[in-house]
Every structure is written in structure tokens, then in C-alpha cells.
Ligand binder design. Structure first.
Ligand SMILES: Cc1cc2nc3c(=O)[nH]c(=O)nc-3n(C[C@H](O)[C@H](O)[C@H](O)COP(=O)(O)OP(=O)(O)OC[C@H]3O[C@@H](n4cnc5c(N)ncnc54)[C@H](O)[C@@H]3O)c2cc1C
Length: 416
């Protein structure tokens, strides 16, 4: 594996690449999941529930982008032109959330902060209003439920909104969950379901006679498995030993987020998620029952850099303040940056690859928390049957195989 920070990479020793080097540790498991973020964890949990022997490899399971994410379950408000296929999967996952939250709470004994609070997307000027009107039209054409409100109606719902709000979309189906609680609960649910954790970095995929057979850890230990799932988030494309034609085309998309605290005397400050596009930048405020108010997020293509910058914090506070002026009274309790695992079409890569024994569960980009429930079900299905269920057929990693090869060839030709 290569270094985690700032995109400075250290190539794995060539002796490990693609070889079953190292001494095997213990009996092979059925499924080895590389990456214990929410996607790897939900895959492991659901696979273990189906009777498979599962191991998760991650130095810090439950970490990853969920430590930063806001936790909006925004299938409707995050709809973009050209992403109608993804919309189907997003809606399928949103529908699962109430039962998923109840089952995970029962399995882990932990509340995951699922809150059916709805969302209000507002416009501050004529351009934002036109943008929101377009989104509303697209939502209606896509059969989604959202209601156009004028400025006064928006402020009646959320009195802390700025007087200048011109109108907005009320989306009662876009809810929220607390991603940190979600990740922690998944770790416990996995442990209780018999999933084993190896707290280490996977250095290289082992491939024997055109079949993935597990991984080799940084200390040379080999872990053998019938099937290996690569769920390494933004690092998914960087595991050594993965043949080029099945390498995940995933890149890091940096997001900076602020956490403020609403003192009890101000509650309820906001009763639902409030979001807007301000001068072309997206800003949202997600209020939790605990008093935490998450303000996010920047979207930056800067490799593996996770520095919190003055400019990022300034822009988020400036835009959030235009939306809800009262935020300047609140204590600023945390600033943090994380990496979304972006894919070329902003949709996840799920299920078997062209290399026997290797699956991908990655590329969830800005919707990984929303897509956690459906990903668990889809991956468990793929691991037990070898095939993707119909609802996820469009998300096969194979959709990129030839395009990926062609673009690599093109780049090679350009640099020659
Ligand atoms: C600022 C921000 C805001 C967001 N807001 C939302 C939101 O409101 N709603 C929403 O649905 N989504 C949101 N997301 C997206 C969501 O957080 C991600 O899509 C999701 O968390 C990705 O989960 P993952 O498990 O695929 O990857 P990650 O969380 O990145 O986890 C990957 C794990 O793999 C491990 N790993 C990688 N390589 C190896 C290796 N070789 N060996 C061992 N371990 C390895 C890492 O240590 C890490 O723990 C947001 C993301 C960011 C950054």
C-alpha cells in the first residue's frame, strides 16, 4: 500500500506485487474486506449474517470519511442532471433506512442518530432561485415529491433563515443520520456477528493463476480468502498487485466541514437540514438532536491533502452566515477535512470484477452514508451468488474496464 497523506506515494516492494508472498496466517476466510469504513463494515456485517466467515483489514475500523461526513440522506435534493440511474439506487437505500437503523440499533445496542427531519433547500438571489426552479422541474419529471415555497413560507418553517431568502424547496423525504454513530455501531454489529478484525494496512493483493486469493499485510503476513472485497474508499485504486484492468478508477475529493454547537437556550435553532447554492457553492447546515450543527462542505480536487484551510473555513462561514445570520453567535467546536471516494460517473462500483475472487465496493462519492444500507444488501447478494441483484446491475465495476484501459492508453500515448 502507499502512503495516506498528501498524495505522496511510496510504491510497495515489487516482490509483493501480485504474488502470494508472506507466510499465511490462520485458515483462509470466506471473505476478506480491505477497508473498514462504513462501506466495508456494512459489507462485512451483511455477509457474516449470511453465514460467511469474514475478516476486515483496516488499521482503524470505523474511521474514514464517516468521521467528517454530514450524514444527509439526500436522494431528492442531491439529484443532478444525468444521474437518474444513481437516483434509483439512492432512493432504494433511503427507503431501507428506517428498518436498517432499527436493525442496526438492535444488533449493536447503539443509537445511530437516524432522524426523519426533512430538508429545506433555499435560494438567496435570482440566480439561485432559477437554479432551484430547474432542480424542482427535474424532481417533478423524475416523479419525486418536493414542494415550492415562497420566502415567507420558508421563514415560517425555519425562523432563523435570513430575511432575504427568495423561496425554496421543501423536501420532506430527505433525512439525516449521524455518520460517526453509524460507523461505531457497525463495528460493534460486525463483532457481534463474528467478523474478525485485523488492524493493519493491506499492502498488496495476492493473485494466483488469474484469481485473487487474499492480501499481504505490510509486515509480510499473508491473509488468504475465497473472495476479497476492496472497500478502501478514496485509496481503493492504490492497493499494489491489482491488475490494471480491474483497478478501481477512484479519486479523492476533499471536503472541509465545520461543527458548531447550539446552546440549549437557542434550541431549536433549526428543525431540519437547510441548504442552498450560494454564488455557485453548495452550503448546508445539518442540525442534530445533540445540539451539534454541521456546516459543510467544500469540494476540492487536491489529491490526498486533508489540510483545513483558512479559505475553506471562511467560505463556509460566509455562505452559512448569509443563509442563517445567527450562526455567528454559536461556538465553533471542530473543523475537519475528509476525502470522498469519487468515481468517473459519481456512482459506486459494486460487485465482481473481471478478476475472479475480487469484488469492489467503492466510489460512493458524496452519497456513501445514504448508500450504506443498499450497499450491504447488494454486496452480500454478490458474495453469496456471484452476481449483482437487478437493482445494482448498472453499478458493476466492469462498466469502466474498457474505458479505463483506453484512457490509460491515451494518457500513455500523450506522455510518450
Ligand atoms: C466532507 C464530506 C461530507 C460528506 N457528506 C455526506 C453526506 O452528507 N451524506 C452522504 O451520504 N455521504 C456523505 N459523504 C460521503 C461519505 O462520507 C463517503 O462516501 C463514505 O464515507 C465512503 O465510505 P467508504 O467506506 O467507502 O470509504 P472510507 O470512509 O474512506 O473508508 C475507507 C477505509 O479503508 C481503509 N483502507 C484503505 N486502504 C486500505 C488498505 N490498503 N488496507 C487497510 N485499510 C485500508 C481506510 O483506513 C478507511 O478506514 C461525505 C464525505 C465528506 C468527505
Amino acid at each position: 500500500m502507499r502512503s495516506r497523506t498528501n498524495g505522496k506515494t511510496e510504491a510497495a516492494p515489487s516482490s509483493l506485487e501480485g504474488s502470494p508472498a508472506g507466510s499465511p496466517e490462520g485458515p483462509p476466510c470466506d471473505v476478506l474486506v480491505v477497508g473498514g469504513g462504513v462501506i466495508g463494515l456494512v459489507t462485512a456485517w451483511r455477509a457474516a449474517q449470511r453465514g460467511l466467515a469474514v475478516t476486515v483489514v483496516d488499521p482503524e475500523p470505523g474511521g474514514g470519511a464517516a468521521q467528517v461526513a454530514a450524514g444527509m440522506l439526500a436522494a431528492v435534493t442531491e439529484l443532478h442532471y444525468g444521474e437518474q440511474t444513481l437516483l434509483g439506487l439512492n432512493l432504494a437505500s433511503a427507503r431501507r433506512y428506517p428498518d436498517f437503523a432499527a436493525e442496526l440499533t438492535e444488533a449493536s445496542g447503539q443509537d445511530i442518530g437516524y432522524r426523519a427531519c426533512g430538508t429545506l433547500a433555499v435560494a438567496l438571489d435570482a440566480d439561485d432561485r432559477a437554479h432551484l426552479r430547474d432542480l424542482h422541474a427535474l424532481q417533478v419529471r423524475s416523479g419525486l415529491t418536493s414542494e415550492w415555497l415562497n420566502g415567507r413560507e420558508c421563514r415560517r418553517l425555519e425562523p432563523m433563515l435570513a430575511p432575504g431568502v427568495r423561496g425554496g424547496l421543501r423536501v420532506d423525504g430527505d433525512h439525516q443520520v449521524d455518520p460517526r454513530r453509524l460507523a461505531a455501531a457497525l463495528v460493534v454489529a460486525c463483532e457481534r456477528a463474528g467478523v474478525r478484525f485485523t488492524r493493519a494496512w493491506a499492502q498488496a493483493l495476492s493473485v494466483v493463476r488469474d484469481r485473487a486469493t487474499g492480501v499481504v499485510l505490510a509486515d509480510g503476513t499473508a491473509l488468504a480468502a475465497g473472495q476479497t472485497v476492496l472497500a478502501g474508499g478514496s485509496l481503493s485504486g492504490r492497493l499494489a498487485g491489482v491488475p490494471e484492468e480491474v483497478t478501481a478508477p477512484v479519486r479523492p475529493v476533499k471536503g472541509q466541514v465545520l461543527r458548531l454547537t447550539v446552546p440549549r437556550r437557542y434550541a431549536p435553532f433549526l428543525s431540519r437540514t437547510v441548504r442552498a447554492v450560494v454564488r455557485g457553492s453548495h452550503v448546508y447546515l445539518v442540525p442534530r438532536v445533540s445540539g451539534e450543527l454541521v456546516v459543510g462542505a467544500t469540494s476540492e480536487e487536491l489529491g490526498w491533502d486533508t489540510t483545513v484551510t483558512a479559505g475553506g473555513v471562511y467560505e463556509l462561514l460566509r455562505d452559512a452566515h448569509e443563509l442563517v445570520p445567527g450562526i455567528t453567535e454559536l461556538p465553533l467546536t471542530e473543523t475537519r477535512a475528509g476525502l470522498r471516494p469519487g468515481s468517473p460517473d459519481n456512482a459506486p462500483l459494486l460487485g465482481p470484477t473481471a478478476l475472479a475472487g475480487l469484488h469492489l465496493a467503492t466510489g460512493h462519492h458524496r452519497n456513501g452514508i445514504l448508500l450504506t444500507p443498499v450497499t450491504g444488501d447488494v454486496m452480500a447478494h454478490a458474495l453469496t451468488t456471484g452476481e449483482l441483484p437487478d437493482e445494482a446491475a448498472a453499478f458493476t465495476p466492469r462498466r469502466f474496464t474498457s474505458a479505463h484501459l483506453n484512457s490509460s492508453k491515451h494518457l500513455t500515448e500523450l506522455s510518450a
